[in-house]
Design a protein around this ligand. Sequence first.
Ligand SMILES: [Zn+2]
Length: 334
Amino acid sequence: MDMMKTLTALVSAFGPAGDEGEVSRVIEQLAAPYADEISRDVMGNLFCRKKGTGPKVMFAAHMDSVGLVVTHIGEDGIVHAGPLGSIRPAEVLYTPVRFKNGVRGIICAEVEADVDKLKPADLLIDLGASSGEDAEKLVSVGDAAVFDTPTVQTDGRVISPCLDDRAGCLALLLAMERIGETDNDLYFVFTSQEEVGARGAKTAAWTVDPDYGIAVDVTGTDDEPGARHRASSRCGSGAAVKVMDRTVICHPRMVERLLALAEERGIPAQWDVLQAGGTDAGPIHVTRSGVYTGGVCIPCRYAHTPAALVALSDITACADLIAAFAESKLEKEC
Ligand SMILES: [Zn+2]
């Protein structure tokens, strides 16, 4: 699997929270050669199973991205929009966006607006329309838009709008390709609606009823300018093994096990302690009577902005660590 080619296919697919179908079709095609069974559920989760007789392991990477949703179309043709997921107005102003039907626009605000005081619900989208009637021919209330900025590669790094979490989807796909012989019953789940509260992972984890859960997502870094240690990982320093975020405290034996596997296989790894944000690990670990849960994360600068940045070597390290865990000798108890 060519990494850049696959990543480009993944980030080009339209997939705001709640409308992940296009992303899921791209992934299904890429995953098909490595899965024994592929299915979907009502929430839009995509399950790719590699059957085994051993303990059940669920890996989860979310397909959806943040975006904006049309709330009102003004008589002047300006579209009023609200956030889908967590976005900060100052970080997204004057970003080009695209709708599912291919219509393009630009995020803007009222000319006199104080940017620092703008709320996500104050955001507007200019489609270039000259009247409300014109704009209504292009989009409707309820339509969603995603950032329409380019994906570029630069010295081992990628800059792209929706690396959160297409980079994680890529890591899962690469891992599926790399996994050797194992008895473990493996479920690679590409989840829906993570950006609005990890909703897809809730039903997915209930369905799979796994013995082990691992969320594969991006994580905040401590090497953004002025990061002040609110996150611990560094871009380019390897797979970030989740210790905690706002929604989960990973099982200590999962953290130990993942770090030991990384050491054994010579995979670059680091700790991930995140003070804000959550992942699919949140709902997975509290499913039914609890699941041994961990996280394998890709350090990502500027997530939820039109230009996030990750190191390709970190995606590779995550794929290697996921494959190592998938192949490892597991019992029902951690
Ligand atoms: Zn994410």
